[in-house]
Design a protein around this ligand. Structure first.
Ligand code: F6P
Length: 556
């Protein structure tokens, strides 16, 4: 197969490399004085304000990044994705998570077939099923309503739904529909996670949703067997039909496992695991908890961003701007990490979800044509709700390494509190930090300023902040289901933009396979040693030694 030129060989890439020196000469303190520049670096769409004026970039940088986008054929690649072309070439699949939230009357083709009716058929089925469970029309084996749900799944079959659930939990509108119900997530194969999930639950009132795209993932399948046993032991094997349902692309394996295919909710191989929260993977558990109407609102929010991403010019396009700035930070300024800092406790599971979306997508070493890359791709994503992070790792971001930060704030709190006598409301207090931190990072504090404050000489260097540390701020109007959907889609598309520019396949994940197959070898050895007393062999010295220690020390 003819391979296309690497992006680093193009003129716009080389031009940006040269441009780095200009930018490094200019401190953000100076850049922030240019009001016209700052104004141009604020973009608004559908109630969301993006302020990227604290990026180490000028308007010239933006033009150069636009040239890079052109050289990378970004527009064509976005169109190819929306047109259902098989852009995930190593798995020969389309990438159509946008179809999962497309309005009922839209047309999105994969292999010449409009997939939107299939999507809505499953959504209608979820609506019907979740309403029956919630109303008590569908009951458990002993006739009791199923008010508790355990969703078993890992990776993309877990992190997205957990993020959305955590965000909606404290949204009054959503929470109103969740009264008397519980949704838990069982991901880790660690028996501790099983114990925590079933603690306090009664199998008679519990519905288990097994979520796995492949229905082969070792952790999920073992957890599914464990909870099948938990139900059978309490209620008899026939109870499984009433207490276990599944979400998968592999309905044959679902049936083989013992779940009635009528109680299975399908999705398709054109949905990547980490992009599947808008499929039945997220929609089923979330509809059981909050009702379908709330989840539909979430899908509408994501869809609004999809349309924006597909049609807005690059200079006003939120995911495109974010993606290009990430490429700038990683590939040109040389900053390998990114902190995701929501000033909202409800978004505490956002960073863990984006870690998978971003790092599993863009942590690649070869181009989409298989050519080893002479440049790094992907960034190290991490994050915590902002104020908690401030008392933890922000020290390093302020005075140690340079880590571009995403500050995410919300105008209206889900749970406003105003204590009498306090200066500002609790939410204003939280947001004071959201506004202060980006300026602290950008401006820093000079020795001259410290001297004016009469700081003792020996502390000057300790108390100096170099500043010039990039960040961007995203201000959401509120954090209802719609806004949560918007936020999700912005980040999903940002990751795609980065991958398109780097010229990699952001939609496969071969890097997870090697560890999985080595674990299979270890699992076989553990079984053979424990059941048949077979000696440990076939491993290197270190693994053999520690494995033997483990076997000996854990023998009954
Ligand atoms: O970790 C690898 C991975 O394949 C992820 O991409 C995926 O989200 C996860 O495992 C779970 O896979 P499945 O939904 O097939 O159980």
């Amino acid at each position: 197969m003819a391979s296309s030129a690497l992006i680093c060989e193009t003129e716009p890439w080389k031009d940006l490399k040269v441009h780095v020196d200009d930018i490094k000469k200019t401190h953000l303190r100076e850049l922030m004085c240019d009001t016209k520049r700052c104004q141009s670096m604020m973009v608004e769409f559908d109630g969301i304000l993006l302020d990227y004026s604290r990026q180490c970039a000028t308007l010239d940088t933006l033009n150069k990044l636009k040239n890079l986008a052109e050289a990378a054929h970004l527009k064509e690649k976005i169109n190819r994705m929306f047109n259902g072309e098989r852009i995930n070439s190593t798995e020969n699949r389309s990438v159509l998570h946008v179809a999962l939230r497309a309005p009922r009357d839209s047309v999105i083709n994969s292999d010449g077939k409009n997939v939107v009716p299939d999507v809505w058929q499953v959504l209608d089925k979820i609506k019907d099923f979740s309403e029956r469970v919630r109303s008590g029309a569908w009951v458990g084996a002993t006739g009791k309503a199923l008010k508790d749900v355990i969703a078993i799944g890992i990776g993309g079959s877990f992190l997205g739904p957990l993020f959305v659930h955590t965000a909606l939990q404290t949204d009054n509108e959503a929470a109103e529909f969740a009264k008397g119900r519980q949704l838990r997530f069982l991901a880790n194969v660690d028996p501790i996670d099983v114990a925590r999930n079933i603690a306090g639950l009664n199998p008679e009132t519990t519905l288990v949703v097994v979520v796995s795209k492949t229905f082969t993932t070792a952790e999920t399948m073992l957890n599914a067997r464990t909870l099948r046993e938990w139900i059978s032991a309490a209620l008899g094997p026939q109870a499984v039909a009433k207490h276990m349902v599944a979400v998968s692309t592999n309905l044959t394996l679902v049936e083989k496992f013992g779940i009635d295919p009528n109680n299975a909710f399908a999705f398709w191989d054109w949905v990547g695991g980490r992009y599947s929260v808008c499929s039945a993977v997220g929609v089923l558990p979330l509809s059981l908890q909050y009702g379908f109407a709330v989840v539909e609102k979430f899908l509408r929010g994501a869809s609004s961003i999809d349309q924006h991403f597909h049609s807005a010019p690059f200079e006003k396009n939120l995911p495109v701007l974010l993606g290009l700035l990430s490429v700038w930070n990683v590939s040109f300024l040389g900053y390998p990490a990114r902190a995701i800092l929501p000033y909202s406790q409800a978004l505490e599971k956002f960073a863990p979800h984006i870690q998978q979306v971003s790092m599993e997508s863009n942590g690649k070493g070869v181009s989409i044509d298989g050519v080893p890359l002479p440049y790094e791709t992907g960034e190290i994503d991490f994050g915590e709700p902002g104020t908690n992070g401030q008392h933890s790792f922000y020290q390093l971001i302020h005075q140690g390494r340079v880590i571009p930060c995403d500050f995410i704030g919300v105008v209206k709190s889900q749970q406003p509190v105003y204590l009498k006598g306090e200066l500002v409301s609790n939410h204003d207090e939280l947001m004071s930090n959201f506004f202060a931190q980006p300026d602290a990072l950008a401006y820093g504090k000079t020795p001259e300023q410290l001297l004016k404050e009469n700081i003792p000489e020996h502390l000057i260097t300790h108390k100096t902040f170099s500043g010039n540390r990039p960040s961007l701020s995203i201000l959401l109007p509120s954090l209802n289901a719609y806004n949560v959907g918007q936020l999700l889609a912005i980040y999903e598309h940002r990751v795609a933009v980065e991958g398109f520019v780097w010229g990699i396949n952001s939609f496969d994940q071969w890097g997870v396979e090697l560890g999985k197959s080595l674990a299979t070898q270890v699992r076989k050895q553990l079984h053979a040693s424990r059941k048949k007393g077979e000696a440990v062999e076939g491993f290197n010295f270190s693994t053999t030694t520690v494995l033997k220690r483990y076997l000996e020390a854990s023998a009954d």
